[in-house]
Structure formats: C-alpha cells, structure tokens
Write a protein that binds this ligand. Structure first.
Ligand code: MN
Ligand code: MN
Length: 321
C-alpha cells in the first residue's frame, strides 16, 4: 500500500484498506488497528462492542470484554495472520464502530437499543462482528439479523452452555435463555443449527444438534467440522462464540467457566475451516477480563475474531461475501 502510516492508524488512515506500522504496545486502540469510525460507507465488516453484563447468572465483568479484545488484538495487527499468510485488510474493508450505547440503568431499554445498533449497521450492507458483553447480546443481534437476512437462520453456537433454558418472559435479561427464545420465535431453525462444546445439562435442547465437548474430544476436530457442514449446508448462518466453550485453562477470564472444554487449538482449527458456510453475522462474547490471567482469554478471543475476518476476506476475494 502507498499510504503507510506509522502509528495510530485507527484515526489517521485515509480510506479503509491496508495496514499501518504500529508499536504494538502503544497508540489508539481499535480492533486490529482498523479505522475507529462511525462512517459505514464502503465497509464490508463492522466490528463493534456491546458492553453489557447485566444478564449474567454467576460472575459479571463481561462489560469490559470489548476493550480487552481490542487491547489483545495489537499483536495481530503487526503481522500477516497465521496460517493465512495475507493481510486481510488489503482486500476486506473493516471498521471498528466503537461500542453500542445503551442506558444500563433502564434495563428495559437495553434490548431495543442493541437491536437499533445492529439495524443501523446492517442497513449499510456490511456484515457485523460483535464483541460482548455477556451472551444475552446475541438475542437482539439475532432479531436484527433475521430481519435483514430472513428467518429462520441457522445458528452455529460454540459454548459450554446450551443457553436454551426455559424463559417465557419477553423482557428478561438472561444470558442462559436466548436460544430458547430464538427457536420459539422462529429466528433460528434448530434442525440446521449446531452447538459445539456443550458440557452442562439441560433437559431440553430445543431440537438443536449438540456436539458436546466429550463428543469433540472423542471424535476429533475433523469430524466436528464435517458434522457442522453437513447440518448447516448453505443456509444463512449466524456464528456465535461464547468464550467459555474453551476450557478454563485456555479461557479463565469468563463469568461461568466449566472444566472439560475445547483447547484454543481445537477451536481455531474449527473456525478456520468454516469458509464454505454462508456466514451472515458473527460474535465473540463473555470475555470478562477481571478474571483473566496474562490476557489468555482476551488473546484467544482476538485470534478467533481475526480468523472470522480472514474467512470473510476469502469470501470477498471469491466474490461470495
Ligand atoms: Mn453462552
Ligand atoms: Mn457459556
């Protein structure tokens, strides 16, 4: 690229393409140093945060997840991502839109605020890559994505928890019941949906196909990828990654950790092989930096998000975005 900026590319880059040279430990933070901007013009993918943690059932703290993931992404902005070997931003226009604003002190306004945030971005034609926040944020995101892309969507859901516990209160803020509501409301087709890494019990998985963590460990990553592709096919799919899908040894910084989860290596291999899917939206949620050690969790989340962007880059280059 001709306009090589040295430092603070997030606010100094002209145009949306290319990368800047940064001291990794310094400067204005944005996800992977993308333009920190509310101008949606020309953006292929819009990164934003939803700093909500009022819906948690155990430990709160995910409101600081978006900041932690941005901070952890600085190393990824320095080199071409591995194993891809290209700069995704030579071809893919990505902005960091900042965080969704909502009034945390008026809980009933939060869901509509998130839906409006997503509607604004999706109306531009861009895809969303969203950072939680607790997992509740995926529910209003699914509502907005189903409006845009048609319902029901397929759901690819990485998590220790199924998040289909029964909840018939339309106003509840609960990070364990979103997919119960999403299936009941027809936002998600359970037959075309897959949950990966589950290791908590629920009597009712709402008909969603479950590849529990023990199944992944017993059958391996290649079989997991094959099952995902077979079930979802070419259906429009929303990908949501609850970071507690990873084992607590790989992601201690989260609100409801459960032993026996996936390794970061397993998760990254699965994500990197999702290029055939028709992905319409993505999120990474439940990073709670106050319980993290040495940024392990935030760095894992940043890598997962970076790989999601690399999938989008390949789709754009192939004319399939
Ligand atoms: Mn979850
Ligand atoms: Mn979870």
């Amino acid at each position: 690229m001709t306009d090589i900026i040295k430092g603070d590319g997030a606010i100094r880059r002209q145009g949306l393409y290319g990368s800047s040279i940064e001291n990794t430990y310094a400067g204005v933070l944005s996800f992977m140093r993308r333009n920190y901007s509310r101008d949606l013009t020309g953006a292929d993918v819009v990164v934003s945060g939803i700093p909500l943690d009022l819906s948690t059932t155990f430990r709160s703290g995910a409101r600081q997840g978006p900041q932690a993931i941005r901070a952890a992404s600085v190393q990824l902005a320095e080199l071409k991502p591995y194993p891809w070997g290209f700069d995704p931003f030579d071809d893919l226009a990505v902005i960091d839109y900042g965080d969704c604003w909502f009034d945390a002190h008026n809980p009933l306004t939060i869901k509509p605020s998130i839906i409006e945030h997503a509607r604004t971005i999706l109306a531009s034609g861009a895809k969303m890559l969203t950072f939680g926040g607790d997992h509740f944020v995926t529910y209003p995101l699914l509502i907005a994505h189903a409006e845009k892309y048609g319902k029901p969507l397929a759901l690819l859901h990485f998590d220790a928890h199924c998040d289909t516990w029964q909840d018939d209160d339309p106003d509840s803020l609960n990070h364990g019941t979103m997919f119960y509501k999403a299936v009941k409301e027809g936002l998600v087709d359970p037959k075309k949906s897959v949950q990966v890494g589950i290791r908590t019990w629920n009597d009712d998985f709402m008909g969603i196909n479950v590849l529990g963590a023990p199944w992944v460990h017993d059958n391996g990553v290649d079989a997991t990828i094959a099952e995902i592709k077979k079930t979802i096919g070419d259906a429009p799919v929303y990908v949501t990654f609850d970071i507690d899908c990873l084992d607590p040894s790989f992601a201690p910084g989260t609100g409801t950790p459960v032993p026996g989860g996936l390794t970061t290596a397993q998760a990254l291999k699965i994500i990197r092989n999702l290029g055939d899917l028709n992905i319409v939206g993505m999120d990474v949620v439940e990073v709670a930096p106050s319980y993290d050690q040495s940024e392990i969790t935030a760095i894992a989340a940043a890598h997962i998000a970076c790989d999601m962007l690399c999938l989008m880059r390949n789709k754009k280059v192939a004319g399939k975005l």
